[in-house]
Design a protein around this ligand. Structure first.
Ligand code: SAM
Length: 280
């Protein structure tokens, strides 16, 4: 039985990078009028109350979105993200954090659609409430890694697929690589964003190698570390591996990531990586 609840972590440094990039991916795709199909394979609850017991247990949001909330010097991509979260907090106080499904829902146009997968029964109920009535959004109480493959290729032929597992199972690292390969075989022109934590660097190296030898082209990695790699302190860094990224993303992240390192890094111990895993 999986026990992960994203409510403990919502708005932390990992969410900050993930959601900044997610918004940039969607905004780039939506420059054209043609409809977009978005798939979120691990949706979570969608809306997180930051003064709940879950969020306050470790107050991870305080050293994530909390450090950005009142700053006036946000780089453009960070400003778009903070503005979107602030719109859900219309009294100006930081009390709600939006997860990926609600972030995408805010960005959807009338011609777009969003398919959400969530396995945990409590989370899927919360997600349904958070999404509300929206014809553009479909929620599946099902395994997103296995079942989302059936949606590919989408009829729109333009797609953004977020894969954001909790990595509770050690097999997740292998499963995500296999799933990405299977998805890419069906829909090679889609934009894919795979989130990963850095807890044991060897697992990340194996995942990167698996993708580098998969035959998939045009893979870019963006990572933010708040502390040096360690076997003792849990997640010290996290990142996104993007297949078919917008050509503008690397340039944006060359500004955003060093800025985030300064603002979110633990006492000067932050770091970042921007790496082409496979060229176009
Ligand atoms: C990291 S959280 C998702 C956070 C969310 N994507 C966001 O950015 O706001 C991972 C979620 O995936 C769910 N989950 C775990 N395994 C799953 C699977 N195979 N299919 C669908 N959901 C799964 C967990 O219950 C959890 O809510």
């Amino acid at each position: 039985m999986l026990s992960y609840r994203h409510a403990f972590h919502a708005g932390n440094f990992a969410d900050v990078l993930k959601h900044i990039i997610l918004i940039q991916l969607f905004e780039y795709l939506s420059k054209k009028d043609q409809p977009i199909c978005c798939i979120d394979t691990h949706a979570g609850a969608g809306d997180y109350v930051l003064d709940s017991a879950y969020a306050l247990k470790n107050s991870e949001f305080a050293s994530g979105i909390g450090r950005l909330w009142s700053r006036q010097d946000l780089p453009d991509a960070v400003a778009s993200y903070v503005e979107l979260i602030k719109r859900a907090n219309n009294n100006g106080k930081m009390t709600h954090y939006l997860g990926s499904p609600l972030i995408i829902q805010q960005l959807l146009r009338k011609q777009d659609r969003l398919c959400l997968y969530e396995l945990h029964s409590t989370e899927v109920d919360l997600l349904a409430t958070a999404i509300g009535r929206d014809k553009r959004v479909k929620i599946f109480h099902a395994d997103g890694l296995k079942n989302s493959l059936g949606l590919l290729p989408p009829q729109e032929r333009r797609g953004l697929i977020l894969i954001d597992p909790s990595y509770e199972l050690k097999t997740d690292y292998v499963d995500v690589a296999n799933t990405l390969c299977a998805m890419h075989k069906r829909f090679a022109t889609g934009t894919y964003a795979l989130w990963y934590p850095v807890v044991d660097r060897r697992r990340n190296q194996a995942l990167e190698r698996a993708l580098q030898t998969s035959g998939i082209k045009n893979i870019q990695l963006f990572e933010l570390g708040i502390a040096a790699d360690s076997d003792e302190y849990g997640m010290t860094a996290s990142g996104l591996i993007i297949i078919n990224p917008p050509w503008t993303l690397t340039t944006q992240m060359q500004t955003v990531l060093p800025w985030l390192v300064e603002v979110l890094g633990n006492n000067g111990a932050g770091s970042y990586r921007i790496q082409t895993l496979v060229a176009e």
